[in-house]
Design a protein around this ligand. Structure first.
Ligand code: PLP
Length: 455
């Protein structure tokens, strides 16, 4: 008889599997309430104690009291922020990864898992137009992908500009870049060159104008473009910026955490073709590629240079890095992480089992819904578009409303379990915003939401 914590418990296992089965079979999943009513949250005091508690009772506490206080990101009614709508197969396979306690740190430990993860990375890389040999790792999210890609870009830039003091080096970014870009630059000690844009889209002309008017253009070592801004879905001039970066030996980072997934859509094929110039590219399967949290793909054009910069070195890890000639792929070598679960596997399993066409149609559904929503809004007199829908984002206003009205309407929608829609800001004005992602979000639901703004 082994240690009690490591003994298989039939009763607990059955209870957990039964809940998982029930949850997976829900169609649609309930939206639930998040933090709407904090007084409904149970008191957890005393639960962590020397003797432990009954597993089935604690499972009940979770399913009956805690789970409802989490808005279901996989509900077709979750239209706030950037949702997360994992496929059933990706959720099921996440359970396999969890049950096996899989480690995905190194080739030595986890060759089977790494092989499959790399197949998924190669698929994305190929689809994005990056050359054969590109590669990287699945990381926890877009923020970590951006931080790691920019760290590598900084070190490459340092070697390219040995005569510029490290603290003077800069990356050119636009003010519509995701907040994680500014944070990442702060962490790695790089200042941004904030490039003014026309109508929020960062173009080659904007970059050239900013550099022409800058007293120290030689300090700029890289450019960050976004392939789908979070707030408005705007795709920067990837082709122009990418070409400029190539011509001037600048690191080109493309943040496609959200919108990079539109490489699965014919509509955006040409707008996204410039990703092929990227030195580092991030796209999050946990956003619009229907994988569970937390899973972002970080892909380098030259993974050898990347790992030489960012891999952790320690004597106990030397066995993973014998020498360049015998290098085997360690996902841990490509980002600021070491131990990791093979978080790409649920995405891989879903992609392999559902097939590419299912991904293409699911991504396209959200794009088409954004276009249909724009049409609906244009036909109603109480609402109007703030700017054209882009990718799967719709920014619009309810005429006459301010922040207070949007917030109370948002809470009412959630309380009535219609949808989770949170307001945003556009050029200082409070506005409404849909971020579509789930292919089952219907035009009927959108119409109901728009109609609810009449009163
Ligand atoms: C464009 C973009 N970049 C980065 C991020 C951050 O990604 P994560 O939340 O996975 O860290 C987001 C999140 O919405 C995003 O939209």
């Amino acid at each position: 008889m082994g240690h009690q914590m490591f003994t298989y418990n039939e009763k607990t296992s059955e209870a957990i599997f039964a809940y998982c089965r029930k949850r997976l079979a829900m169609d649609p999943v309930p939206l639930d309430y998040g933090s709407l009513d904090p007084s409904a949250l149970p008191d957890l005091a005393g639960l962590i104690n020397p003797e432990g508690s009954n597993p089935e009772e604690i499972l009940n506490l979770f399913t009956e009291r805690l789970a409802e206080a989490v808005v279901s990101a996989d509900s077709p009614g979750f239209l706030a922020f950037i949702p997360n709508a994992p496929t059933k197969n990706s959720l099921l396979f996440d359970m396999v990864v969890a049950c096996s306690g899989l480690n995905g740190t190194s080739w030595l430990e986890s060759a089977g898992a790494v092989l499959a993860e790399n197949q998924a990375l190669e698929f994305l890389s190929h689809r994005a137009g990056l050359p054969k040999g590109s590669g990287g790792a699945f990381v926890s999210g877009g923020s970590m992908g951006n931080l790691s890609g920019l760290t590598v870009g900084r070190d490459v830039g340092r070697t390219r500009r040995p005569n510029v003091a490290p603290h003077e080096l800069r990356f050119a970014i636009s003010s519509d870049a995701h907040s994680s870009i500014g944070k990442a630059l702060h962490v790695i000690g790089i200042e941004p060159l904030l490039v003014p844009t026309n109508n929020h889209r960062f173009t080659r002309e904007n970059l050239e104008a900013a550099l022409a008017g800058d007293p120290r253009p030689d300090t700029v070592i890289g450019v960050v473009a976004t392939s789908g801004t979070t707030n408005a879905g705007i795709i920067d001039d990837l082709e122009g910026l990418g070409n400029y970066a190539r011509e001037h030996e600048l690191w080109f980072h493309v943040d496609g955490a959200y919108g990079g997934a539109a490489i699965m859509s014919k509509t955006y094929q040409s707008a996204l073709s410039g990703i092929r110039h990227a030195d580092s590219f991030v796209v999050d399967p946990h956003k619009w590629l229907f994988a569970p949290l937390d899973c972002a793909a970080l892909i380098y054009r030259d993974p050898t240079t990347a790992r030489k910069i960012i891999a952790q070195q320690a004597s106990y890890l030397d066995v993973l890095h014998p020498d360049d000639e015998h290098y085997e792929w360690n996902p841990s070598d490509f980002a600021f992480h070491l131990s990791r679960r093979p978080r790409g596997l649920p995405f891989w399993y879903s992609l392999v089992t559902n097939g590419v066409t299912a991904y293409e149609t699911a991504v396209q559904a959200a794009i088409d819904l954004a276009q249909a929503t724009e049409k609906m809004i244009n036909e109603m007199e109480h609402v109007e578009m703030v700017r054209p829908a882009s990718l799967s984002i719709v920014l619009y206003r309810r005429k006459g409303w301010g922040e207070k009205e949007y917030l109370s309407w948002s809470q009412k929608l959630l309380r009535e379990q219609i949808a989770f829609v949170t307001p945003s800001k556009w050029e200082g004005e409070s506005v409404a915003r849909f971020a579509f992602l789930h292919p089952d979000t219907s035009e009927d639901l959108v119409r109901e939401i728009l109609e609810s703004m009449r009163d």
